[in-house]
Design a protein around this ligand. Structure first.
Ligand SMILES: CC(C)(COP(=O)(O)OP(=O)(O)OC[C@H]1O[C@@H](n2cnc3c(N)ncnc32)[C@H](O)[C@@H]1OP(=O)(O)O)[C@@H](O)C(=O)NCCC(=O)NCCS
Length: 196
């Protein structure tokens, strides 16, 4: 992990470097690329995400989103990143480490999306691999959770190839695309590399 300062942003921006990708805090200057990529990818993403509010892609909603992200980061509740390509700074997608539970849990939940033009090129694998040391070493978490709909083959493959283990099945776990949907539950422990 590293920090750098930006003149228009008083706080140091958080960023995490991965193989070919960089995960960094979203800024207002990302609005155009973000809204364009989300709009282009709408039909691809909406089956797997909560319903998008009518004004979701507006500049005002993006501004509110950034305020919420900043407050969540400040209070150690959630860490939202955009994923950009190292080579040319092109926006690829997003990844969020959310619902951080401290105390006896020391856990967080992983969520992610890639823009449709960039699917199946290994970008999300690189992003998840980069967030793992951030979660376990920088944030000192003990466990990462993730959940996906059983028909989401891409998400299942992604989690399995990044060291997550399928641990369970939760009925009507999340309201996705307007429907309470069953989910497969995955987990990755801090010591996964030691065979857990
Ligand atoms: C899940 C998602 C983030 C994967 O991103 P990606 O950058 O395409 O993933 P990668 O290229 O790193 O590939 C990861 C694995 O998934 C596989 N994969 C990707 N898309 C796939 C598809 N449509 N069908 C089957 N496997 C797929 C890849 O082949 C790879 O596995 P493998 O090496 O065993 O072949 C992307 O498909 C996405 O954004 N989906 C819509 C939103 C979503 O599902 N969010 C998560 C909700 S739980």
């Amino acid at each position: 992990m590293a920090f750098f300062r930006n003149i228009s942003f008083p706080e140091p921006l958080l960023f995490v470097a991965g193989e070919g990708v960089v995960l960094r805090q979203p800024q207002m200057t990302d609005y155009g690329a973000w809204a364009t990529l989300r709009e282009t990818s709408r039909a691809f993403l909406t089956p797997w995400e909560p319903i998008w509010p009518a004004d979701d892609l507006s500049r005002g909603a993006f501004r509110r989103r950034l305020r919420r992200y900043a407050e969540d980061l400040r209070t150690d509740q959630s860490y939202a990143f955009l994923i950009v390509r190292n080579l040319d700074n092109v926006l690829l997608g997003g990844l969020t480490l959310a619902n951080i539970r401290r105390g006896v849990a020391q856990a967080g939940s992983l969520g992610y999306w890639i823009g449709m033009p960039f699917v199946r090129r290994g970008y999300m694998t690189a992003a998840v691999r980069a967030i793992i040391p951030f979660a376990f070493d920088t944030l000192r978490l003990h466990r990462l959770d993730a959940a996906c709909i059983p028909t989401n083959t891409a998400s299942m493959r992604l989690l399995e190839r990044t060291g997550f283990t399928r641990e369970g099945y939760a009925r009507e776990y999340l309201c996705i695309n307007g429907i309470w949907q069953d989910h497969l539950l995955y987990g990755r422990l801090r010591d996964a590399k030691r065979g857990k």
